[in-house]
Design a protein around this ligand. Structure first.
Ligand code: ASP
Length: 602
């Protein structure tokens, strides 16, 4: 549960680094709370037993949980009374227009069949697509995890000669919220004839392996945004569940192996040694708390529409500004695509990183021009080298400072050094300028724990230097459509030959507006360093006032007339489809900002 912290308490930084959920008094007062809505798609033969096991796991939290039990309509199991199913279960048709905070899809004893042979495969595929669209976070258990990985990513399972049967120990590869409070290894009951190996899963960029076992394969895999969680075993099993499966197989004459690490001293007569239930409960309560409750929107209708938020240079000029951005981003559980500029000025005489990059490019061009260098005196050459290296160092230091002030991992610093080093052989102006946004997006993605997506892969210019709208929109939908938490560098894309090409200065606004247009975003937020659009330049006119609401046309006139707040080319992608723009102040997020839409709001 969130801890309410007083403003300025030093413990905040430490707790946040451990991803412990904290909130300010201000947010606590405004937090709306309602029961979590959970769908349980029960594919297990003994439905009642599985219901009880899963509800136990869900009950271990102070949150209110309301659930729907879902069964397949295209296949009716033999083990559960029809009247029971009709009374307590819904089908996909009953729920297809509903939205849920969370969903669990159970295992099923069909893992020896090819997916297409499973009688309810087509129906399950519909349910899996529904999970992506209408559910905030879904856990897929055992066979369902394999089936979902196959459906979403085309990843096929490996069938095994011998059943993986017993309780296995898994090593945690990376500690994140799902494993909060866990020891380095943990145990999970397994009972299956197929598996997925780490090397195969890791080939898919959207997937992360959190825990695995060298012999029995991966145990916990998630999509990068934590919204799809695939578990290979049965955390939820009761102490005697494996025993019942063992006795069932004995009775069938299948000659099963003794489940490993299960009976005390491997002797069925001595009873079961339970070693998984404490972590099982912790896993489910971590999931409900960190991956569901804190992330899902209050209004579930908002699940499918994203926000796109662009943060300008002054909003990202230092670690302190990064932390303000984090507070803003984490203050609501919306799906947000974050677009970042390069670090701007921290104070009046400071330099914007983009300006430093322009200077770096100028010096670099001189130094890599053999004719110029040949004509130059050695002294002059050394002077240019000194100047270039100084600018280089100033740029590198800007990023290093942010990394160290935010306590980011060492590998991030390494990454910055690699990118910076590559610039020493680079003469292309646009490539050099783009690295300002590129590096800032890498840092922000790391800091927020979001996915980094490079704009070169979805913003495309044609031969005439104009945006290729069709190609760009399709690519944005493909790359960002399914992500709810991503950071994207503004200001550049790729030209028709695949080379980096930048927009005009201030162009991150354009990147943000194109993404918002392509995704049909709920809103495009443009975060800057003033409270909104002002009636006049406040540095000249003291009585300049903030405009609360204006139309796209009015903003266009002001932007074309020289108002620096918003780029004029960043209006049309939103105006055409009526996506509202909100211009807000990172340094004063409680101010309403300026709302720009079709009509002026009074
Ligand atoms: N960093 C670029 C500039 O200073 C683009 C931007 O900030 O929007 O123009």
């Amino acid at each position: 549960m969130p801890i309410i912290l007083p403003q300025g308490l030093p413990a905040k930084a430490v707790l946040e680094k451990e991803q412990i959920f904290t909130m300010s008094e201000q947010r606590a007062v405004h937090q709306d709370i309602r029961p979590l809505e959970i769908a349980i798609v029960n594919l297990m033969p003994n439905k009642e037993e599985t219901e009880i096991q899963l509800l136990r796991m869900l009950s271990n939290t102070p949150l209110q949980v309301r659930f729907d039990l879902i069964r397949t309509a295209s296949y009716l199991g033999k083990h559960t009374e029809q009247s029971y199913l009709e009374k307590f279960y819904k089908t996909y048709d009953d729920i297809k227009d509903k939205r849920y905070d969370a969903m669990i899809v159970t295992g099923a004893p069909v893992e020896k069949l090819a997916y297409e042979e499973v009688l309810y495969w087509q129906e399950l595929r519909q349910i899996l697509d529904f999970a992506r669209r209408n559910v905030y976070s879904t856990i897929f258990i055992c066979w369902a995890a394999q089936a979902a990985l196959y459906h979403y990513y085309g990843l096929d399972k490996t069938n095994l000669e011998e059943k993986i049967f017993g309780v296995y120990e898994y090593e945690i590869k990376k500690k994140r919220v799902l494993f909060k409070g866990f020891d380095d290894t943990f145990w999970v009951p397994q009972s299956r004839y197929s598996t997925l190996f780490r090397e195969d899963v890791e080939k898919i960029p959207d997937l992360e392996v959190w825990a695995d076992h060298p012999e029995t394969g991966v145990n916990v895999v998630t999509s990068k945004d934590n919204r799809l969680i695939f578990i290979s075993g049965h955390f939820e099993y009761e102490p005697e569940t494996l025993l019942r499966e063992y006795e069932r197989d004995l009775a069938k004459g299948l000659n099963p192996n003794l489940p490993v690490n299960y009976f005390k001293e491997d002797d069925p007569a001595k009873g079961v040694r339970v070693r998984w239930l404490a972590t099982a409960n912790l896993f489910y309560s971590n999931w409900l708390n960190y991956c569901v409750y804190q992330e899902t929107p209050y209004d579930l209708n908002l699940l499918s529409r994203k926000k796109v938020a662009k943060f300008g240079g002054t909003s990202l000029s230092s670690a302190q500004q990064f932390s303000k951005v984090k507070d803003i981003v984490f203050s609501a559980a919306d799906s947000r695509i974050i677009v970042v500029s390069a670090p701007g000025k921290r104070f009046e005489e400071d330099n914007k990183v983009t300006d430093l990059l322009i200077e770096f490019h100028r010096l670099q061009n001189i130094l890599l021009d053999e004719d110029l260098v040949e004509e130059m005196s050695e002294e002059k050459y050394e002077e240019y080298v000194f100047q270039r290296d100084s600018v280089f160092q100033v740029i590198a230091n800007r990023y290093h400072e942010i990394v160290s002030d935010l306590f980011l991992d060492f590998h991030v610093k390494q990454k910055i050094d690699d990118v910076m080093a590559s610039m020493l052989d680079e003469v292309d102006r646009d490539k050099i300028l783009s690295r300002g946004e590129y590096l800032n997006a890498l840092l922000m993605a790391e800091y927020l724990g979001y996915t980094f997506v490079d704009a070169k892969d979805f913003i495309f210019f044609d031969e005439n230097g104009e945006i290729d709208t069709l190609k760009t929109y399709e690519a944005i939908q493909a790359r960002l459509g399914d992500l709810s938490k991503a950071v994207v560098p503004g200001f550049y894309g790729s030209d028709h030959l695949g080379r980096i090409k930048t927009f005009a200065r201030g162009g991150s606004d354009i990147t943000g507006s194109i993404i918002a247009g392509a995704l049909n975003a709920e809103v495009y937020e443009n975060w800057t360093d003033v409270d909104g659009v002002m009636t006049a330049d406040p540095s000249i006119f003291q009585d300049a006032e903030k405009i609360n609401s204006m139309t796209y046309e009015e903003l266009m006139l002001m932007a074309q007339g020289g108002s620096q707040v918003y780029h004029p080319d960043a209006i049309s992608p939103l105006m055409e489809v009526g996506i509202p723009i909100i211009i807000k102040n990172t340094n004063n997020p409680l101010s309403d900002g300026t709302l720009v839409s079709k009509e002026r709001k009074v």
